[in-house]
Design a protein around this ligand. Structure first.
Ligand SMILES: [Zn+2]
Length: 400
């Protein structure tokens, strides 16, 4: 008889209700969850994983990462353009492989890589994971960022106008946008990322062109809105999500709720802002602005999916440890831990379009399962201590 894997879960997070269940058994076979419940019977030859003193959750998801990128700590003016000159796409892919493994080992079984990855470096990381050469999470991938002329550059002289195209596609009309979508999909993208408001501002018709073209291939469009410029056009254009949205007002947040558009808030903590090299007064001001936006979005009921956007590692911390500093902002905004976990699981899965396959521990779902030492509903920082990781039914990590 074929062997199942059986997890004895002392505590099990039900991402649908946000509640913690006790003494549950999970039966897994061929990468899928077969059964979940109390006192389930299983076969004597099944392989049993004893997590009876742990808190068991669906694999976590981060919907805004840049695995191939890294900027040095507190070094202004050594930003993205410098990396074009010093770091090749192959070097960037190697970093991507390194960081991808960190995410998986820290319990993130799915991530969304959202651009700024040189010349499609992440496409090769994804291929290497599929080949089994390296270990990493399932990766949603945006390819190059589609933006109005200039990408997110500033002050580049005309002789170097091609520099930003290392990581961006200039697209200024609906036709150019459709072509950019097709190009990204050709090179492996299964999500589309646009930027508005950094240089030019897209109209609703521009956003809609990307949304309509992407829909043909089952792909969703997400748009970077740094403050609020262009936000209304993005909402009217029908994007699936707004990234950052630090300056969104209550009207924006209400409109997003009404239309089912997600906020991926990339809610930097003070430490994350300070890493960019700004003074502490500015870092505090920006953090407070996000805390306020997060509180308002939660109160209004805008859908949210967890996303971090970290490209500067804090001293002594790896990429994921640094990314989880954003939880300080969620805590300061007094968002309940159960809701934060839902943004990292069931709601993230909905944004990614995998809500029938991942984000819940239930029959027929993929067996992406992690375990924590402490109760995350008491303190969300418990997600920093993941001691068990299963991806697609395979045990990746199992610490004492
Ligand atoms: Zn980002």
């Amino acid at each position: 008889m074929a062997q199942n894997t059986v997890i004895k879960a002392g505590h099990l997070f039900d991402s649908k209700t946000g509640k913690m269940l006790t003494d549950q058994t999970i039966i897994i076979r061929d990468g899928k969850i077969k059964e979940v419940g109390a006192n389930l019977k299983y076969n004597v030859n099944d392989s049993v994983v004893d997590l009876s003193t742990s808190w068991v959750l669906p694999g976590l998801m981060d919907c805004h990462v840049h695995i191939t990128d890294n900027n040095p700590y507190r070094t202004p003016n050594r930003g993205i353009p410098t990396s074009y000159m010093r770091e090749s796409s192959s070097f960037r892919a190697l970093r991507g492989a390194f960081v991808a493994e960190q995410f998986l080992m820290s319990g993130f079984t799915t991530i969304k890589e959202i651009g700024n990855d040189a010349n499609y470096a992440t496409a090769d990381v994804i291929k290497a994971i599929r080949q089994g050469w390296i270990t990493g999470p399932a990766i949603f991938y945006a390819g190059k960022i589609i933006a109005p002329y200039g990408g997110q550059s500033g002050g580049v002289n005309v002789e170097n106008e091609n520099a930003w195209q290392f990581e961006y596609i200039d697209a200024d009309t609906p036709d150019e946008i459709r072509k950019a979508v097709r190009k990204n999909i050709y090179y492996g993208a299964n999500t589309i990322k646009m930027v508005t408001g950094d240089n030019g501002i897209y109209d609703a018709a521009d956003i809609k062109a990307a949304v309509d073209e992407s829909k043909k291939y089952g792909v969703k469009v997400t748009v970077h809105v740094a403050d609020k410029d262009g936000a209304t056009q993005v909402i009217l254009g029908g994007a699936a999500a707004i990234e950052h949205g630090f300056g969104l007002d209550n009207n924006h947040l209400q409109l997003m709720k009404d239309k089912g558009i997600f906020l991926v808030g990339t809610d930097f903590s003070f430490d994350n802002w300070y890493a960019y090299g700004m003074d502490s007064v500015t870092a505090r001001m920006l953090t407070n602005k996000i805390i306020d936006r997060l509180k308002r979005a939660y109160k209004i009921g805008t859908k949210m999916a967890f996303g971090t956007d970290i490209i500067i590692d804090l001293p002594g911390l790896n990429r994921v440890q640094t990314s989880l500093k954003v939880l300080q902002t969620w805590k300061a905004a007094q968002i309940p831990p159960s809701y934060i976990l839902q943004t990292m699981t069931i709601y993230a899965a909905e944004l990614l379009g995998i809500e029938k396959d991942k984000g819940i521990i239930a029959p027929s779902f993929t067996a992406d399962i992690i375990a924590l030492k402490k109760n995350p509903l008491d303190d969300i920082d418990a997600v920093n201590q993941v001691h068990f990781v299963m991806k697609e039914g395979k045990i990746i990590k199992k610490d004492k």
